[in-house]
Design a protein around this ligand. Structure first.
Ligand code: PLP
Length: 402
């Protein structure tokens, strides 16, 4: 068999995106042993870097190995006991994912629903918190399936006022949309690398407030073979061995208690993603995503396409537009990929086959990537029989940059 050889692509979908070359370079760093002092020092650096990314003072800020849903599952299976009530406001596919995972944890799941393309008013969430009195509120910040960004500034405080633990899935939004864990009073947040953090999927940063940590540690059972006489099991044992945050915290903490073997190359990637983001500055990175996201949206409008969803609550880093009547959305995507090496996305559920999703995130939140995508899309749309304004996409985007 030939050595691996993949074509160059410009990934302009909802994620994964083209990995920043500096992250790829970090990933090719040779491994060191699991408890080599240089490895444990790198783990401590990762914890410190992600405190910066999440804007938190939480001691328990580390990586869960696995894609973003590993972080979600670790958080929920560690927080929820069978029979616990959880409230999930659903405004897209990833809200449904939170419901699905919470159900698998045996929780009593209560939901609120919004049409795809809309977000919740915090007052609706507060009313539901009062009615349901859940142990946990689980909500997505940026749901890439609809490209909507749920306002969260009041949610943590509302939860604390009602004695509820708040969990946020910030996989698709962190780094490109404003997020302040401590100022918003959010207890648990998880993310992934493959969106605004500019890395590959496979590592899920997580942060846990002291209250969440205490709740998780109240159900700590160290597995046989590594437990000592002083490790007295407490509470009901969680159903997962891999996602047992109580043990994973002991692996990342001073005890360095063996759990899994850390995915070292992913840790190198996660470290570089956070380092680059903090080097740029969180506010500057959000502003950059805002600029290029606006340029892309205006460019898509300039081509004659109609944006989907509530424009005031759009994520900075991904735009959805209606596929024009009579145009085969999949054929357009294929032609973009085959002729230009550019990938854009479709969506799911009620939006399957109805919208394209075009991302501008992390390494690809760049003027040249935006303009090239719009120029290519114009050609492909024309060849698929759509009515497009000649030069309208690139022209409108360039006006945003002027
Ligand atoms: C908001 C959100 N949550 C969760 C996920 C799942 O992430 P992963 O595929 O890395 O497990 C995604 C992926 O697109 C996402 O956008």
């Amino acid at each position: 068999m030939n050595p691996l050889s993949m074509p160059p692509r410009l990934l302009m979908g909802p994620g994964p995106i083209t990995v920043d070359p500096r992250v790829l370079q970090a990933m090719s760093t040779q491994l060191v042993g699991q408890y080599d002092p240089t490895m444990t020092a790198a783990m401590n650096e990762v914890m410190e870097l992600y405190r910066g990314v999440f804007r938190t003072a939480n001691e328990q800020t580390f990586l869960v190995d696995g894609t973003s849903r590993a972080g979600i599952e670790a958080a929920l299976v560690s927080l929820l006991e069978p029979g616990d009530r959880v409230l999930v406001p659903v405004f897209g596919r990833f809200g449904h994912l939170l419901v699905e995972i919470a159900q698998r944890c045996g929780a009593e799941v209560h939901t609120l629903h919004r049409s795809w393309g809309e977000v919740f008013d915090p007052a609706e969430i507060e009313t539901a918190l009062q009615q349901v009195q859940p142990k946990v509120l689980a909500i997505v910040q940026g749901d890439t399936s609809t490209t909507m960004c749920q306002p969260l500034a009041e949610i943590g405080a509302l939860c604390r006022a009602h004695g509820v633990i708040s969990y946020v899935d910030a996989t698709a939004s962190l780094g490109g949309n404003h997020f302040v864990t401590d100022d918003w009073g959010i207890d648990v947040v998880t993310a992934g690398l493959q969106k605004c953090l500019g890395g590959p999927s496979g590592s899920a940063p997580i942060t846990l407030s002291p209250v969440a940590v205490a709740m998780i540690n109240a159900r700590k059972h160290i597995e046989a073979g590594i437990a000592t006489d002083s490790d007295t099991p407490s509470g009901s044992r969680i159903a997962s061995n891999y996602f047992v945050l109580a043990q994973i915290m002991d692996y990342w903490g001073p005890r360095r208690l063996n759990h899994h073997t850390e995915a070292t190359s992913l840790l190198y990637a996660a470290r570089e993603c956070a380092r680059l983001l903090l080097d740029e500055g969180l506010d500057a990175a959000v502003a950059r995503h805002g600029l290029h996201g606006t340029a892309m949206l205006e460019g898509l409008r300039g081509l004659g396409l109609t944006p989907f969803g509530d424009p005031t609550h759009k994520m900075t880093n991904v735009a959805a537009v209606h596929i024009p009547d009579g145009v085969d959305g999949e054929k357009v995507r294929t032609a973009l990929l085959d002729d230009f090496g550019i990938e854009i996305g479709m969506s799911f559920g009620p939006l399957a086959g109805k919208v394209w999703r075009v991302g501008t995130m992390a390494y690809n939140a760049r003027k040249d990537a935006v303009l090239t995508t719009l120029a290519a899309l114009e050609q492909v749309l024309r060849s698929e029989g759509a009515t497009v304004t000649a030069g309208g996409g690139v022209g409108a985007a360039r006006e945003v940059y002027a």
